[in-house]
Design a protein around this ligand. Structure first.
Ligand code: G3D
Length: 183
């Protein structure tokens, strides 16, 4: 008997773009998610991009880690087409760069290719003393309004690439937000 399932049970693979300022912890997060924590290596600045695959439950993610240095931020937009979700990472222990990070976040989510995508806002380095809580960061980044407008598509999560805290919860949420059927 022939199969009548069509595309419905096709393997699901989604592109997730990870952006944020340099030093926010993007590469460390990808390492923590995709590699054996015992084998974590010191990170180097990402020049251009690197992609790593990660399977979360039944969802296969391609995690695109893009360089966050100022001169590379203009290249982020070239990754928006074909992206299924965004992870924006901030260093929640570095208040000297909150204003800069806020400006970049607003630029990213105002792009028409991104505004309808699920966006996970990761407040990284929560293991460090003095790190701001996600609730405090929500205020500092004026995220309440954004969250209200994008209720279903936006989530703030505290996390640490060192301890792994928050990363699974964030990915579980992203995985739920992925389209159920690939076209
Ligand atoms: P980037 O890819 O966003 O540029 P990296 O950032 O992943 O290269 O991380 C920048 C620095 O922050 C690295 O330290 C890394 O070890 C550290 N880091 C990343 N995530 C965390 C975290 O959750 N907690 C703590 N305590 N440190 C973190 P170095 O010293 O190599 O520059």
């Amino acid at each position: 008997m022939g199969c009548c399932c069509g595309n419905q049970f096709k393997k699901k693979e989604f592109n997730i773009l990870i952006v944020g300022l340099d030093n926010a912890g993007k590469t460390s997060i990808v390492q923590r998610i995709t590699e054996n924590p015992a084998a974590l290596q010191p990170t180097l600045s990402t020049i251009g991009s690197q992609v790593k695959e990660y399977k979360f439950q039944k969802t296969k993610f391609s995690l695109w880690d893009v360089g966050g240095q100022e001169e590379l931020r203009n290249t982020w937009k070239h990754y928006y087409v074909g992206t299924n979700g965004i992870i924006f990472v901030i260093d929640s222990a570095d208040d000297t760069r909150f204003a800069e990070a806020k400006k970049e976040f607003e630029k990213v989510v105002s792009n028409s290719f991104v505004s309808n995508l699920p966006c996970l806002f990761l407040c990284n380095k929560c293991d460090l003393p003095g790190a701001c809580s996600p609730a405090a960061l929500k205020e500092k980044f004026d995220l309440q309004e954004y969250e209200k407008k994008n209720e279903e598509l936006f989530r703030i999560e505290g996390c640490s690439a060192v301890t792994g805290e928050g990363l699974k919860d964030g990915l579980a949420w992203l995985s739920e937000k992925m389209p159920k059927k690939e076209n």
